[in-house]
Structures are given as structure tokens and as C-alpha cells.
Design a protein around this ligand. Structure first.
Ligand code: AVI
Length: 322
């Protein structure tokens, strides 16, 4: 009964956001968080192993190579809270390094129950680690996890994979401030950020030759068809990737290849597209290393250390709350 009520509410907010984004004057938009239904999350897993998309590999490699050093710089004991746990694969390195020093409780926080179940499956066997998942939005989950701290215990927040890059630039910085407000001085945030790199390399990463990212993007329209009863014809939209130099972000769009009208019954709207009009579905910002330090400093952290991958410019930033 309760589950049904939650499901009904989430269709309503999905419908409301789709309606607002597609009826907006000027550039049409859809929130990127809706790319991740079950199909979208599975496609993202494939993206993360594509040769052209080095982000996930760099993120994991840095954690694998430096986990001992990262953990060695933390004030112990700590509990670990991860924002957007995903599959939990790369978190293993940090938890293994920590568990040789202390018994560790790990709180994965994700709105997807499937993601929480996956991370439990991936990490549940590590000795001296207990897992308590929170199926909640990031900040709600972090508040709940941090409330479990014992006297003298610190909090380590993991925000990996450059998910912060999918926020607007000011919103990303504001989010760091909100995380900081939940933490105490001496607590830590390990933040993964994808760095600026040659434009050709970025474009290839988001417009791969076998079309996995195109399918990931188009699945958003397929999802609107499935969940909101719409009649998007996927043959009439093309995946498009743009580099926005001024904002240093890669943008994903869906371009309408002809003039057309689409009905979305469960969002109570009909949307017209002119030929070549686009829906902006995602931004992925790329950072300079110093920019991350500046952002963190303005929001009440000091950057204790930064590790940068030699092959794919990506940084793990260890930020300590001051
Ligand atoms: C999850 N996020 C950091 C990915 C990114 O690179 O911005 C999502 C993604 N979109 C297309 N490819 C990957």
C-alpha cells in the first residue's frame, strides 16, 4: 500500500517536471536525473567500460592506487557515507583500506533501491564492514547517516564519479556548502571531479561510435513513453553532443529531425517541436584542479590532497571541513 502511494507520487513529479521542461519558453530541457531508470542505469554501466569514456576507469584507478594514502590522512575512527552509491564497485578499495584499521559502518545513500541492493551485494562480504543503506535523496540520507556518529567519531563522505559535474556550476558549489553544514570540523569529503581535457577527447566520450551514449540519451524519451503514455517516435530524434567552451561543459541534446507534435497524456500536455529544435538533457562540467580547491575553500573546506590520473585527467580531492 505504502509502496503504491510512493510510486503514484513519483509519476506525478516526473510528469510535472517533464511538462515544465518541455513547455518552457526557449530551450526545452529535461532533468538529467531521469536518465537513470533501470534501462538507463544499465546503459550507464556499459558507458563506463567504453574505451572512449575514461572517467569511471580513472576514478576507480585513483581509488585503487591511493586508498591506503587517502585513509592514512583521515582522522580515525570514521563512519563512511556515500552519496549516490551506484554499484559500489570502486568503494571497495576505500572500505578494504579502512577495515584493516577499524570496524567500519558504511552508509550508501541512493534513491534507487536497485543500486543499494547492488552495493550491498558487491561490498557485503568485506570483513569488519557493516552496511546500512538509505533509500533517500543525498542530503536527507547524509543527515541520517551522520546522526549515527558516536562520540569522537568522524564522518567521511564519498561523492565520486564527478556526479557534481552534472549540477549547474553554482548549484554544485552550493551543494558543497550544504554538505559542509551537515559535517563537523575535521570530517572529510572525498570528491571526484573530471578535469578539462582536449575537446575531441570529450566529444568522443559522450558520442561513442557504437551508440551506447545515444541509446542512454534516447532512453529518456522511451521512458516518457513507458511511464507517461507519450508517443515519442525515437526515429525522429537524434543524439547530439556539444562542447560549451564558456561554461567548460559538455551538453547532451536530443534533436528533432522534423517538425512534429508529441502527446504526453500522463503529463497532461502536447508538445510541438520545430525541425532541428533540441531538448537539453544533461550537462557534464569539466574542472581545472585549482578551481575545485577554490570552490571547496569558499564552502568551508580545506583541500588536504589531490590525486590526478596520468592518462585521463580526473582528480580525487580530499577535502577536510574547517
Ligand atoms: C554520471 N555522470 C558523471 C556521467 C557524466 O560523465 O557526466 C553521466 C554520463 N552521461 C553521458 N555519459 C556519461
Amino acid at each position: 500500500m505504502l509502496t503504491q502511494a510512493i510510486a503514484a507520487r513519483s509519476v506525478t513529479s516526473f510528469g510535472a517536471e517533464v511538462r515544465a521542461g518541455l513547455l518552457k519558453a526557449g530551450q526545452k530541457e529535461l532533468p538529467s536525473k531521469y536518465l537513470y531508470d533501470e534501462v538507463g542505469s544499465a546503459l550507464f554501466e556499459v558507458i563506463s567500460v567504453l574505451p572512449e569514456y575514461g572517467l569511471t576507469r580513472a576514478d576507480e584507478q585513483l581509488l585503487r592506487q591511493h586508498a591506503e594514502r587517502i585513509v592514512g590522512r583521515l582522522p580515525l575512527p570514521v563512519l563512511v557515507a556515500e552519496l549516490g552509491s551506484g554499484t559500489g564497485k570502486k568503494t571497495r578499495w576505500i572500505l578494504e583500506a579502512l577495515s584493516s584499521r577499524q570496524r567500519t559502518t558504511y552508509y550508501p545513500i541512493d534513491i534507487s533501491r536497485t543500486a543499494l541492493a547492488q552495493s550491498e551485494k558487491e561490498l557485503g562480504q568485506i570483513e569488519f564492514v557493516s552496511i546500512v543503506g538509505y533509500e533517500r535523496p543525498y542530503l536527507d540520507g547524509l543527515l541520517a547517516a551522520a546522526a549515527n556518529r558516536r562520540d569522537g567519531e568522524h564522518v567521511l563522505v564519498l561523492f565520486l564519479g564527478s556526479t557534481i559535474g552534472n549540477f549547474d556550476r553554482p548549484a554544485g558549489e552550493e551543494f558543497l556548502g550544504e554538505v559542509r553544514r551537515i559535517l563537523f570540523p575535521g570530517d572529510a569529503l572525498l570528491l571526484g571531479t573530471d578535469l578539462v581535457k582536449p575537446v575531441m577527447q570529450v566529444i568522443a566520450a559522450y558520442d561513442d561510435p557504437i551508440g551506447v551514449t545515444a541509446a542512454f540519451n534516447l532512453n529518456l524519451l522511451a521512458r516518457i513513453n513507458r511511464e507517461l503514455g507519450a508517443n515519442f517516435d525515437l526515429e525522429r530524434f537524434r543524439h547530439e553532443v556539444r562542447w560549451n567552451e564558456a561554461e567548460r561543459r559538455v551538453e547532451m541534446h536530443l534533436r528533432s529531425t522534423c517538425a512534429q507534435t508529441v502527446r504526453i497524456p500522463r503529463a497532461s500536455c502536447t508538445v510541438s517541436f520545430s525541425k532541428d529544435e533540441t531538448i537539453w538533457t544533461e550537462s557534464s562540467r569539466k574542472y581545472f584542479p585549482d578551481e575545485v580547491v577554490g570552490m571547496a575553500t569558499r564552502r568551508g573546506f580545506r583541500c588536504d590532497a589531490q590525486w590526478i590520473d596520468a592518462e585521463w585527467p580526473f582528480a580525487q580531492n580530499l577535502l577536510i571541513a574547517v
